[in-house]
Design a protein around this ligand. Structure first.
Ligand code: SIN
Length: 363
């Protein structure tokens, strides 16, 4: 890490944070944190259930994005023995309200913070509903080798068995782990699992084990501060520079189903959307009424990407749908919401289907 923290002192700090009886000298160590060589982790809070407050009644009714970041950190006494944590309240929203303007601002802020010599790693707290999209957006737009970890929670901060504190402590443990940096790319930590931004998918509406990587599996696991990564693989990263972008191209998602009509596609074309992602059935397939509308949209210059509403497996080019003939792009293993992120960024560079297909095959 930039701090030059050795493996031994890192292990000692993990043990001090996590083992009962190992933290007799915690107060002194905290006071001397700067000198102790603990890595500096910058925490950007954006809201979500991790910062939510429940009614305390049964059934629990709660509001996401209600608690400030200082309160989140105070709930985790061990955190200061793992890292010197500084905090910033970037936003405090439910992630269903995440939008392009906030993505551009967040990406710029993350790049700015990571460029600082006094920051070793960054943790972003985020609502779980769109966490996978923000993680992938940052993966494609953040130009730093320092670790960036997204984390959320499924239970509000004051609920019995709130999962936020443990998830946040795990996220910091991953952020400061020496191996994280060698892996590269944006990661997310939830319920003891470490995920690559590209593969992560929300798979449960309410369970604390809410995320999976259906195509490639988790990148690793974190337990009691120990991070165990799977054997190295990974994809080539190629970054989009969004530093001066005021807005992203408009791209919508159209969901396929039995008897699907052309109406949503026509509405997007009329609203001058530049791209449409199909959440197709099976291998990105679609009812013929919708297919004809998509083909017409592509002929009119709208870029059409075929993804699938099915949880795992790739959408393969020219198998069930003749992409070549229609000028479509196959999304591979990107789900519709992530295909939308990549298409928005791709459209800032080119509108040529062949070039966009190549980006979908690389990123
Ligand atoms: C949100 O995404 O902001 C609410 C849901 C959650 O964080 O689990």
């Amino acid at each position: 890490m930039d701090t030059g923290m050795g493996m031994l002192s890192w292990l000692k700090s993990v043990a001090t944070a996590l083992l009962p009886g190992a933290n007799d000298d915690v107060v002194n160590e905290a006071d001397e944190a700067e000198d102790s060589g603990l890595p500096a982790v910058y925490l950007l809070a954006t809201g979500g259930t991790i910062a939510g407050v429940g009614s305390g009644a049964e059934p629990v009714v709660y509001r996401a994005g209600a608690v400030g970041v200082e309160t989140l950190v105070e709930a985790i006494p061990g955190i200061n023995q793992l890292a010197r944590v500084s905090v910033e309240q970037f936003a405090n929203i439910g992630s269903q309200d995440m939008d392009d303007a906030r993505w551009l601002k967040l990406s710029r802020r993350v790049n700015e913070v990571l460029a600082r010599d006094d920051v070793d790693a960054l943790v972003v707290t985020h609502g779980t509903d769109t966490l996978e999209e923000t993680a992938y957006f940052l993966d494609l737009t953040v130009a730093s080798a320092k670790p960036v970890i997204l984390v959320g929670a499924m239970r509000p901060s004051n609920e019995i068995s709130a999962d936020g504190p443990a998830n946040l402590l795990d996220a910091v443990a991953v952020a400061v782990n020496p191996e994280t940096r060698t892996r590269g790319g944006i990661m997310a930590v939830m319920h003891g699992d470490v995920f690559e931004a590209r593969d992560l998918v929300k798979i449960s509406t309410v369970s604390p084990q809410a995320f999976a990587a259906p195509n490639y599996g988790p990148l690793g696991h974190v337990y009691n501060g120990q991070v165990i990564f799977r054997p190295q693989s990974g994809h080539e990263l190629e970054l989009f520079d969004v530093a001066t972008l005021e807005a992203l191209p408009a791209v919508g998602i159209v969901y396929a189903h039995a008897n699907a009509s052309a109406v949503p596609v026509k509405a997007l074309v009329e609203a001058e959307y530049q791209g449409i992602v199909l959440a197709g059935v099976g291998n990105g397939n679609v009812h013929h009424q919708l297919l004809e509308a998509l083909a017409e949209a592509a002929r009119a210059g709208v870029v059409v990407v075929r993804a699938s509403r099915v949880l795992s497996g790739p959408v393969v080019r020219n198998v069930e749908v003749d992409d070549e003939r229609y000028g479509f792009i196959a999304a591979g293993t990107l789900n519709p919401q992530k295909a939308r992120v990549l298409l928005q960024l791709a459209l800032t560079r080119t509108r040529e289907p062949g070039e966009i297909q190549a980006l979908f095959e690389r990123l």
